[in-house]
Design a protein around this ligand. Structure first.
Ligand SMILES: NC(=O)c1ccc[n+]([C@@H]2O[C@H](COP(=O)([O-])OP(=O)(O)OC[C@H]3O[C@@H](n4cnc5c(N)ncnc54)[C@H](O)[C@@H]3O)[C@@H](O)[C@H]2O)c1
Length: 262
C-alpha cells in the first residue's frame, strides 16, 4: 500500500515507520525534518495546508494522521481539528478509502468518566471535557465522522494512553536489569503502539462494523478499566510488552519508602 503519514517525525512516528516500512511504501511528512538516520521519502508539510495535503495524498491508498499540537490555543485547533478537515478532504478528493486517525484516550473518555474503574469502552458517547488537547482532538474526530458517513471513507481511530520505550517494560521472556521510573499501569510500548497502526492499515474491510471505528490501544490489564477486547479481536493487535515486573517493583518500593519515613 502507498501510505501518507502526517505529523510523522514526532515521538510515535519512527515506530510507525518501523512497523510499516517493510511491507508498504511510505511518504513521511511533518513540519519538522526527520533525523538523519531516516532514509525514506520525506516532505515538509503542515496539516492545515489544505492544498498541500490534497497534493501529497495523490496516488495514496491510506492516510495516517499522527499530528498533534497540545499547548497553543490557536495552533492546537489548526493542527488537531482543522488538520482533520484537510486529511478528510484529501481522502475524498483522491478517492482514498482508509484513514487512520490517532489521539489520547481522554478525547473520548474525559473527566466525567474519570471515576469509572471498569469497562470504559471505545463505543461510549464521547465526553472530552474542555481541556484544549482533548477538545481539539475530539472536534477533529467529529470532522472524520461527517466525512466517513457521507463519502464511505473508513476511519479507524486509535486512542492511546501513555507510551514508553519497551526497554522500560517487560515481556514474560525478557526482563531488563533495572527499570528506570514508575509509570501509569496503562502504559504501552512505542513498538506496540507502532504495530497497532500497522494492524489498522491492514485489517480487512469486512471486519469493520461501520465506517467509523474507534479502538483503545492499552495492555490487557486484569481489572479491565479500558476494554480493549475490540482491538484484540478486530485489529488482531496484541501488545508484546507488559508492566508486570513494574507492579512488583512498586510494592517493594513503597514499603521501603514507608520504613524510611519513620
Ligand atoms: N506520546 C504519548 O504518550 C501519547 C499518548 C496518547 C496519545 N498520543 C497520540 O499519538 C499521536 C502521536 O503523538 P506523538 O506522541 O508522536 O506526539 P509528538 O508531539 O511527539 O508528535 C506530533 C508531531 O506532530 C507534528 N506537528 C505539529 N504541528 C504540525 C503541523 N501543523 N503539521 C504537521 N505536523 C505537525 C510535530 O512536529 C510532531 O512531529 C497523537 O495523535 C497523540 O495525540 C500520544
Amino acid at each position: 500500500m502507498k501510505i501518507l503519514i502526517l505529523g510523522g517525525t514526532g515521538m510515535l512516528g519512527p515506530w510507525v515507520v518501523k512497523a510499516l516500512k517493510d511491507k508498504h511504501q511510505i511518504l513521511l511528512t511533518d513540519i519538522k525534518e526527520p533525523p538523519k538516520q531516516y532514509q525514506g521519502d520525506f516532505l515538509k508539510l503542515s496539516v492545515d495546508d489544505l492544498d498541500g495535503v490534497i497534493k501529497a495524498a495523490e496516488g495514496m491508498d491510506c492516510i495516517v494522521n499522527l499530528a498533534v499540537l497540545r499547548h497553543d490555543r490557536k495552533l492546537a485547533f489548526d493542527v488537531s481539528t482543522k488538520g482533520n478537515y484537510s486529511i478528510m478532504e484529501a481522502a475524498k478528493q483522491n478517492n482514498i478509502k482508509r484513514v487512520i486517525n490517532t489521539g489520547p484516550h481522554f478525547q473520548l473518555v474525559g473527566p466525567s468518566y474519570e471515576e469509572w474503574d471498569h469497562n470504559l469502552n471505545p463505543d461510549m458517547p464521547a465526553q472530552p471535557g474542555t481541556r484544549l488537547y482533548a477538545i481539539s482532538k475530539y472536534l477533529g474526530q467529529e470532522i472524520c465522522k461527517k466525512y466517513s458517513d457521507q463519502y464511505g471513507i473508513k476511519v479507524l481511530t486509535l486512542l492511546y494512553y501513555n507510551m514508553r520505550h519497551h526497554l522500560d517494560l517487560t515481556t514474560p521472556d525478557f526482563e531488563p536489569a533495572e527499570m528506570s521510573t514508575d509509570m501509569t499501569p496503562f502504559t504501552t510500548s512505542w513498538i506496540d503502539c507502532g504495530e497497532a497502526i500497522r494492524c489498522a492499515v491492514e485489517v480487512a474491510e469486512d471486519k469493520l462494523a461501520s465506517n467509523l471505528e474507534t479502538f483503545f490501544i492499552t495492555p490487557n490489564l486484569p481489572h479491565k478499566k479500558f476494554n480493549s477486547e475490540k482491538t484484540y479481536n478486530i485489529l488482531g493487535w496484541k501488545p508484546r510488552y507488559s508492566l508486570e515486573r513494574l507492579w512488583n517493583k512498586e510494592i517493594i518500593k513503597s514499603n521501603n519508602h514507608l520504613e524510611d519515613s519513620y
